[in-house]
Design a protein around this ligand. Structure first.
Ligand code: G1P
Length: 307
């Protein structure tokens, strides 16, 4: 069996849910404390044993490349100022993984972004990880999927249950249970209406795929939103060979969404040894004062509330 050595990160999305912040900064570079979101995802891949990352980027995403590159000038300054801890951390980040960058010239959809990686990935199985979704748990999300891939030697899609009211934001799985938390995929539907959804098991941004999906993506017609959907291609693949879907254990934060971003920030701040105590006291104070009542809202802050 071929080992999964590469992970494709589709990163060309515009981040429209997070405007105006994402007008000139990639959404994947939003900081959760002092680390950009995409670094959490790279670390997840590395933890699962995957060091070769294929980043499919687009215009305005150069900051991502700079983040994982070596900055000689900065390193020199840090050395002279004797800030050796942060210097070591920057060097660790630059040597964490081997990254290849591909430009997706037009944002034609997730399926198209994955297709752009074919030339680099070639004829081997690969992981896909969406660069704005952070998973947190005792075991890396990709590592959980890889275990099942190695056992069943078939594509595996990562799932989590979502409230029925949210199924229309996701790809939804119709599957036959194999064992607890594992399904064989019968059908996948991208962003169904709540009443049409076959289940409440949503595709989250983690997949282990086989290279035969590229052939399907190459002829895939645009689907929901006029985009070439990975979900549609995987639906076709599931008719040709067994495809599995598995519930991933752990907390998931969709940081491309304002609420997901806030939750991730609070979650990670409370986990950080250097911040948690003071931050917890601060939060308790805020909640005790009831400063969440509408009268204390900052004027103008509701402008974007309904997007
Ligand atoms: C993409 C996929 C969808 C999946 C979701 C997870 O949608 O197309 O199947 O459920 O990611 O976040 P997007 O959020 O890019 O519209």
């Amino acid at each position: 069996m071929q080992k999964v050595r590469k992970a494709v990160f589709p990163l060309a999305g515009h981040g429209t849910r997070f405007l105006p912040m994402t007008k000139s900064s990639p959404k994947e570079m939003l900081p959760i404390i002092d680390k950009p979101v995409v670094q959490y995802v790279v670390e997840e891949a590395v933890e699962s044993g995957i060091r070769q990352i294929v980043m499919v980027t687009g215009r305005g995403k150069r900051a991502i490349e700079d983040h994982f590159d070596i900055s000689y000038e900065l390193e020199d300054v840090l050395r002279k100022k004797n800030k050796l801890d942060i210097l070591a951390e920057l060097q660790r980040i630059a040597s964490l993984s081997e990254i290849t960058y591909i430009r997706q010239k037009e944002a034609l959809g997730l399926g198209h972004a994955v297709l752009c990686s074919e030339m680099v990935v070639g004829n081997e199985p690969f992981a896909v990880a969406l660069g704005d979704e952070i998973l947190y748990g005792p075991k890396s999300g990709l590592a959980q999927l890889l275990e099942v891939y190695e056992e069943l030697q078939a594509p595996v899609i990562g799932l989590q249950r979502v409230p029925r009211s949210e199924v229309s934001h996701y790809g939804i799985v119709d599957g036959t249970p194999v064992r607890d938390g594992l399904f064989r995929v019968d059908r996948l539907v991208e962003k169904p209406k709540a009443q049409d959804a076959p289940s409440d098991y949503a595709i989250i941004g983690r997949y282990i795929l086989t290279p035969d999906v590229y052939g399907i993506l190459g002829t895939q017609k645009p689907g929901v939103g006029g985009e070439i959907q990975l979900t549609d291609a995987l639906n076709t693949l599931a008719r040709l060979r067994p495809v599995y879907a598995m519930e991933i254990q752990g907390d998931r934060f969709d940081t491309g969404d304002k609420m997901g971003f806030l939750k991730a920030t609070v979650h990670f701040a409370l986990k950080r040894g250097d911040l948690s105590e003071e931050f917890r006291t601060f939060l308790q104070g805020v909640l005790a004062q009831g400063s969440l009542n509408p009268e204390s809202e900052i004027p103008g802050e509701t402008v974007y509330a309904n997007r």
